[in-house]
Write a protein of this length. Structure first.
Length: 202
């Protein structure tokens, strides 16, 4: 675990749990932002697989048990994602993510650029692939996760579990919802970047 410069009792809580669970490792750093902190946590991780869970993500208990076997069975698959819903339900976005944006397996970059059907909180990915592409890039907020997913899709095969395995909690103060205009501008900037990088896909 990486404490990114918290100002509350987080260090004391982590130290208490580390004493109970010797396998748990944690470090504290000056606030460096989401991308840098995630990269440090990935570097510290001892396992071969990485999964992401933000403060607004609610995993279903069976999430990892449903996804990891797909990676075990197919060494060519680098990332496995799953379906998700909003919590509480959002009248503006009824149904599940997959009902709004049908998913795809295999080489998915072109389809992702038309509408992202991979939510970061549902992802389980091989650590080696994340390191291979340089991890998260600082300065990409609020969409450093989407940027990572697109760069992974450029080189690797994806698969998915056709079940809801995550509830995404809607909070007005969250990065994804607090500034809709800034998010739309960032969407256009990201799209322009990929048009220039991969004109063959458009």
């Amino acid at each position: 675990m990486v404490d990114d410069g918290s100002t509350d009792a987080t260090p004391e809580v982590l130290a208490k749990h580390a004493a109970m669970w010797p396998w748990m490792r944690w470090v504290r750093q000056e606030n460096a932002g989401v991308a840098t902190t995630r990269n440090r946590a990935i570097a510290l991780a001892r396992g071969d697989l990485i999964a992401f869970q933000d403060a607004d993500d609610i995993w279903l208990p069976e999430k990892l048990a449903e996804q990891v076997p797909l990676l075990d069975r197919n060494p060519d698959t680098t990332l496995v994602f799953a379906d998700s819903t909003f919590f509480p339900p959002d009248p503006a976005s009824p149904g599940t993510l997959f009902q709004q944006k049908p998913p795809m397996r295999g080489k998915v970059l072109q389809r992702l650029l038309m509408g992202c059907f991979v939510l970061n909180g549902t992802v389980v990915v091989r650590k080696s692939a994340v390191l291979e592409i340089g991890g998260f890039i600082a300065g990409q907020a609020p969409y450093s996760d989407v940027d990572l997913i697109l760069r992974l899709a450029e080189h690797h095969d994806f698969d998915y579990v056709d079940k809801v395995l995550l509830h995404w909690r809607i909070r007005p103060e969250s990065v994804s919802h607090c500034d809709p205009l800034a998010n739309q501008i960032r969407d256009l900037e990201m799209f322009d970047y990929w048009v220039a990088r991969r004109p063959d896909l458009f």
